[in-house]
Ligand binder design. Structure first.
Ligand code: ADP
Ligand code: MG
Length: 314
């Protein structure tokens, strides 16, 4: 029987937790814990690609680059994203290999630094709006605009931050390689942090772009491109809700594609958090995907047995 293929997208809290200091030992510990449910899926025989966010990590790489200005070679954002794909991929891969070893499961695990095709005319390139890195005072931010050509915007009441393009992902460059690996039972860690955005020029060559891609959107494109049946988006909440965080909150067990579109239109899913997840779910189902589950990292195994999470199907 053909094994079921799923793409599992790990949210920020799989690796870094708000309530504790962000150190590498903490990241290793959190990642190991977060992979328990994923190991259960592997035991059940799923073929898997795993994606992950990189918000705090890429912010820190960029911060180090700024601190080292004039002392070490400058790294553009595309390299910072690729660096986090490699570094975080190494960590996730090792944690998963160790977990599988302890459970006597023989499966290969590999990390693929992933490039993602975007449109060179994507509107976000002219009008960047994705916040990245540190908070600055208005004065500091103005200076960075003058000295470094940054575009800065006010981020809530916490201060000013740099904004970068976050283009819509169209296609995974390494999709054929990833598909071959996944179909042969290799667990592939790919599209970390959404992958590096690249444009395809007229002669077919690729050129990197200094921006970031939403990891849930990239995960939906990856899931489509490798022919996965299931997209599992793992975050902090067990279920998607209507009227989230109000006295009228209603958790959802199962919704249709049509309902997802309606609730999105009604404004239940904010742009900076649940919105892109629901849009990614819609996109994957429209592209032929069978099922999307949004749930917490702790509930991943229960969710595939239909005992937890929010399921979205056609
Ligand atoms: P990630 O885990 O990928 O980092 P985010 O933190 O950006 O994801 O978004 C997930 C968060 O969105 C949830 O933890 C929750 O706090 C918030 N959220 C906003 N709207 C909703 C909703 N309608 N239902 C459930 N969670 C929601
Ligand atoms: Mg988050």
């Amino acid at each position: 029987m053909k094994k079921k293929t799923a793409v599992v997208a790990l949210g920020g809290n799989a690796i870094t937790r708000q309530e504790e200091e962000d150190t590498i030992p903490h990241q290793f510990r959190n990642t190991t814990q977060s992979l328990s449910g994923v190991a259960e899926l592997i035991k059940d025989g799923y073929n898997l690609a795993i994606t992950h966010g990189n918000g705090p990590q890429v912010g820190n790489v960029i911060y180090r680059v700024e601190l080292a200005r004039g002392k070490a070679p400058y790294l553009p954002i595309q390299i910072c994203v690729a660096d986090t794909e490699g570094g975080m991929g190494y960590m996730i891969e090792q944690c998963l290999r160790n977990k599988l070893k302890q459970e006597n499961i023989t499966r290969e695990v590999v990390t693929v630094v992933t490039q993602v095709i975007v449109n060179k005319d994507d509107p976000s390139i002219k009008n960047p709006s994705k916040f990245i890195g540190q908070f600055y005072s208005e004065e500091e931010a103005e200076n960075f605009t003058k000295e470094r050509g940054w575009i800065v915007k006010k981020d809530s009441n916490r201060g000013w931050r740099r904004v970068v393009p976050s283009p819509i992902p169209l296609e995974i460059v390494e999709k054929d390689s990833i598909k071959v690996l996944v179909e042969n039972g290799v667990i592939v860690i790919a599209a970390g942090g959404g992958g590096v955005p690249v444009c395809r020029k007229e002669d077919g060559t690729l050129e990197g772009l200094d921006g970031v891609i939403d990891k849930d959107r990239a995960s939906a494109v990856l899931a489509r491109d490798i022919g996965a049946e299931l997209l599992l988006i793992l975050t902090e909440v067990e279920k998607v809700a209507l009227n989230y965080d109000t006295p009228y909150q209603k958790n959802l067990d199962k919704i249709t594609l049509e309902q997802a579109r309606e609730y999105l239109k009604e404004g239940h899913f904010p742009e900076g958090s649940m919105g892109p997840k629901i849009e990614s779910a819609i996109q994957f189902l429209e592209a032929g995907g069978k099922e999307v589950i949004i749930t917490s990292i702790a509930k991943v195994h229960e969710s595939v047995k239909r005992k937890a999470g929010t399921r979205i199907t056609k």
